[in-house]
Structures are given as structure tokens and as C-alpha cells.
Design a binder for this molecule. Structure first.
Ligand code: PBG
Length: 325
């Protein structure tokens, strides 16, 4: 008789036949920063913090000592600095460049990744520059890409190791690559949000940054959750445009996309376990309804098993602690 259970009979045998292993080096830790002295808990994401620059450096240091080698920065920008052209995004003395410099000074080996998109800086709350025709909004693709290039260059100048365009404008990976290369930043990598869906799972994140669109939605640039062939199309394009890493976002509800993208490209594949996924797990575990440690590690293992070798997760630090036990 064929007995598959023999391969499950003991911890040692299970460890031998295990196909997927989570490792602390898989994680990218997303961190929020604001231009205030105090660290502030984020109401919409219990357990997460909007850090001061100093607080963020300390948190990144703790993560680094647990083996987390990469962080990605998300700024909360004061409403008074936001403009329709989002020009603060390329200010060399802005919050993000200052944070990059502080991080690189404290932890030169840490891989510092930045988000490239206009929504934190744009008074319209969109990832691109908005043209209004009465009630109708148009998100201007090529004009936005020009600004994204300036933003990416500003991050590179401040010392970012990697820039990560999350805006979903067409042609931005190629344009950013060209801008970086022309300015002698050919070693700055691009992690592209390749298949980023117009997802309701981003709600708590927008609460964290107060970056909710003032009107309209993001469906003319982010992908329709119903589509998977389109993710292949975006993957082939980003590969051709020079992306170093391809990302799928969200992660948990899009495991099929991760798997298809994994089978399409030879590039490394990342997946972003987003704020709504984080919040659902936090909420379900708050009163002990689910076992937090088991659920978090299982959700991350599932994302890795689907094909993501890199996982952006708000649980990075906690998971790193558990993996070290
Ligand atoms: C915006 C951006 C978003 C996230 C990362 N970058 C939100 C959005 O597209 O509206 C979401 C991350 C999360 O929900 O954890 N450029």
C-alpha cells in the first residue's frame, strides 16, 4: 500500500521533506515615518507606529539585529505641504531623504528601499497628477512619470539602495531606470509593484498616512481584482523595462497571481502582505479567536509556497523573533 503518511511521521521526517521554509532574509519590513518628535500609534493598524526619524532608526536597528536586512519607507506628510503637483516628493531635504540618510549613517549595510508614488504628497490623494474635467478625474500618466523620475532620483541621491514604484503608471519602470542610469545611479535597484490590484485591503494603510483619495478611486491605474492574464502582461513589460524585482500586491488573496508570475519570469518575485491582511489577522487574534503565532507563520508560509521569495510584511519583526526561537 502507498502510505503518504510515512513522510509525516515525525518532526525530523517532516523537516526533511518540507518544501518551503520561511527565513528572516525573506522579509522586507515596511515602516511609517512622520515629521514629528514623537512616535505615534496608528489607530487603523494596531501594533504599528508612525515613527519619528529617530524612532524609525531605532526600530530598524532592532529589526536588523533580528536579521531583517531590508526596510521600505512610507512617509506621512503634513496636509499643509501637499500640492496638486506633489512637488515635495523630490525635495532633497524632505522627510524621506532625511530618513534615508539617518538610516544609512546608523546601519550602512541595511538595504533601504523607498516607495515611489505621489499619493503621500498629492493634495488630491492620488498616486498620479490629477486633471479635473468637472466631476471627472483624469490621472495624467506621462506627467506623473516625469515627477516619479525626480522622486526616484532624489531618493537615490540620499542613499537609497532600491526604489519601489507603487503608482502603476505605464512606462515608469523604463523611465526611472533611464533617469537613474543617466545620473550615475546604475546600482540603485528597482522593485516594481508590477501587479498591484485596486484592492479594498489597502484601507488601513491609507488611514495610517491620511492618503485616501479626495475623490474618485484608483481603478484607472491599479488592476482589476478579477484579472490574472493582465498580471502576466504587466510582468513581461516590467521585465523588459528593467525591473530587478517583480511584486504582486496584495498577497494572501492573490496567491494564484503570485504563482503565475513566478512561472512567467526569471526575476525574483516579491509579494506584499498589505495592511488589510495585517488587520484581519490582528483582529481575529485579539481576543484569542485564532492563534496569532500559528496564523501569522502559516499566512507567510502560504505566500512563500505560492512563489514569493520576498515578502513585505508588517509582521516581519515578530516573525523574525519566532523564527529565531
Ligand atoms: C500607495 C500605496 C498603497 C500601499 C502601498 N503604497 C496604498 C494605495 O495604493 O492606495 C498599500 C500598502 C498596504 O495597504 O499595506 N502608493
Amino acid at each position: 500500500m502507498i502510505r503518504p503518511r510515512r513522510n509525516r511521521k515525525s518532526p525530523a521526517v517532516r523537516a526533511l521533506v518540507r518544501e518551503t521554509t520561511l527565513s528572516v532574509s525573506d522579509f522586507i519590513y515596511p515602516l511609517f515615518v512622520h515629521d514629528k518628535e514623537l512616535d505615534e500609534p496608528i489607530d487603523s493598524m494596531p501594533g504599528c507606529t508612525r515613527w519619528s526619524v529617530n524612532g524609525l532608526v531605532k526600530e530598524a536597528g532592532e529589526a536588523y539585529s533580528l536579521g531583517i536586512q531590508a526596510v521600505v519607507l512610507f512617509p506621512a506628510i503634513a496636509e499643509s505641504i501637499k500640492t496638486p503637483d506633489a512637488k515635495e516628493c523630490a525635495n532633497d531635504d524632505g522627510l524621506v531623504p532625511r530618513t534615508i540618510r539617518a538610516l544609512k549613517e546608523a546601519y550602512p549595510e541595511l538595504c533601504v528601499i523607498t516607495d515611489v508614488a505621489l499619493d503621500p504628497y498629492n493634495s488630491d490623494g492620488h498616486d498620479g497628477i490629477v486633471r479635473k474635467n468637472g466631476e471627472a478625474l483624469e490621472i495624467l500618466n506621462d506627467k506623473t512619470v516625469e515627477t516619479l523620475c525626480q522622486q526616484a532620483l532624489c531618493h537615490a541621491k540620499a542613499g537609497a539602495d532600491m526604489v519601489s514604484p507603487s503608482d502603476m503608471m505605464d512606462g515608469r519602470v523604463e523611465a526611472i531606470r533611464e533617469t537613474l542610469d543617466l545620473n550615475d545611479y546604475d546600482q540603485v535597484s528597482i522593485m516594481a509593484y508590477t501587479a498591484k490590484y485596486a484592492s479594498a485591503f489597502y484601507g488601513p494603510f491609507r488611514g495610517a498616512l491620511e492618503s485616501e483619495p479626495k475623490s474618485g478611486d484608483k481603478k484607472t491605474y491599479q488592476m482589476d481584482p478579477a484579472n490574472s492574464r493582465e498580471a502576466i502582461r504587466e510582468t513581461l513589460l516590467d521585465e523588459e523595462e528593467g525591473a530587478d524585482i517583480i511584486m504582486v500586491k496584495p498577497a494572501g488573496p492573490y496567491l494564484d497571481i503570485i504563482s503565475e508570475v513566478r512561472n512567467t519570469t526569471t526575476l525574483p518575485v516579491a509579494a506584499y502582505q498589505v495592511s488589510g491582511e495585517y488587520l484581519m489577522i490582528k483582529a481575529a487574534c485579539k481576543d484569542g479567536w485564532l492563534d496569532e503565532k500559528a496564523i501569522i507563520l502559516e499566512s507567510l508560509t502560504g505566500i512563500k509556497r505560492a512563489g514569493a521569495g520576498i515578502i513585505l510584511t508588517y509582521f516581519a519583526k515578530q516573525a523574525a523573533q519566532w523564527l529565531a526561537e
